[in-house]
Design a protein around this ligand. Structure first.
Ligand SMILES: C[S@@+](CC[C@H](N)C(=O)[O-])C[C@H]1O[C@@H](n2cnc3c(N)ncnc32)[C@H](O)[C@@H]1O
Length: 286
């Protein structure tokens, strides 16, 4: 396989990536924790992935018409739902599903879609330069502390004329949960997100041409706080921040959280807002 940077393909242990990189102080979680959390969530993920389905479908709809990639990469492919959509959209193409969580790939592989399943890190792709014509990434890169590195890698592995499309989350996401927790104990209970302006600046400086970049809110409603926090856990997307409170969450604090969150209640239920960034970038030909 002349597109692979290292020799092992469908590597079942994460030798292709450096998971030892610590989290930046006060920023995003440790990659080993992210990988372990998503691996644990592989079997429950699909049952609660309503938002993820909606966002990935929206991103698919934003791909330029007439695109005919020889090879596509689903970056942070998770359970492979969108690898299967990409395979349907581009039946003549070769597909690569790549994820940092080995458990996700184990779950995805028997369901088909991609031809290759690789454990890897979006910040250090184990792929050759100019080996893909399409990079598709839905709701994965918000987990990457170094988004400039993701873009650099995207630029490197794309062929000139290729497209990188990603959906991610920015500041404002889960603000109701963040504010409710703040009212209880002032601690970090919600993953941190980059500002939209950071996405704009980093994309503008990436050497890729920005075809579109915008943030759109998606709001989900829950009957109670427990519904939301259980769903986040089933997705593997609960709080993994450095600085998160350790130990069990006490009864009094949970009661406080419920009370504070009630302040956001609407007729449809308790809202959880996701600020979703959609971007489509193009690698210039010369
Ligand atoms: C919310 S899931 C999205 C999965 C899939 N794209 C979807 O839309 O259903 C995020 C995925 O990104 C993966 N991920 C997180 N950080 C990553 C990284 N640095 N490199 C590659 N994958 C990563 C996680 O393991 C997880 O499977």
């Amino acid at each position: 396989m002349n597109w692979l940077r290292l020799s092992r393909h469908f590597c079942m242990s994460p030798v292709m990536t450096d998971l030892t990189q610590p989290a930046l102080p006060g920023s995003l979680p440790d990659k080993r924790q992210v990988a372990a959390s998503f691996s644990r969530a592989a079997t429950s993920y699909d049952s609660v992935a309503e938002l993820q389905r909606a966002v990935g479908s929206e991103l698919l709809g934003r791909l330029p018409e007439g695109l005919q990639p020889q090879r596509w990469l689903d970056l942070g492919s998770g359970t492979g739902y969108f690898s299967r959509m990409l395979a349907e959209t581009y039946p003549q193409s070769e597909g690569i599903a790549l994820d940092i969580a080995e458990g996700m790939l184990r779950h995805a592989r028997p369901q088909g879609g991609a031809g290759h399943y690789i454990v890897g890190d979006a910040e250090r792709l184990p792929l050759q330069a100019q080996s893909c014509q399409l990079l598709f990434s839905s709701l994965a890169v918000q987990w990457c502390a170094d988004f400039a590195a993701v873009l650099r890698e995207g630029h490197r592995v794309l062929q000139p004329g290729g497209v990188m499309a990603f959906a991610s989350l920015c500041v404002g996401t889960l603000h109701e949960l963040r504010e409710s927790w703040r009212a209880v104990d002032g601690m970090v209970h919600v993953n941190r997100f980059r500002h939209l302006e950071d996405y704009q600046r980093l994309c503008a400086n990436s050497g890729l041409h920005v075809l579109s970049l915008e943030a759109r809110p998606h709001v989900l409603y829950y009957p109670d706080v427990r519904g939301l926090t259980h769903e986040l856990k089933a997705l593997g997307a609960h709080n993994l921040n450095p600085g998160r409170p350790g130990g069990l969450t006490g009864r009094a604090r949970i009661m406080g959280l419920r009370q504070a969150y009630e302040g956001f209640r609407q007729p449809q239920g308790l809202p959880a807002t996701y600020q979703v960034v959609y971007a489509v970038l193009h690698k210039p030909i010369a």
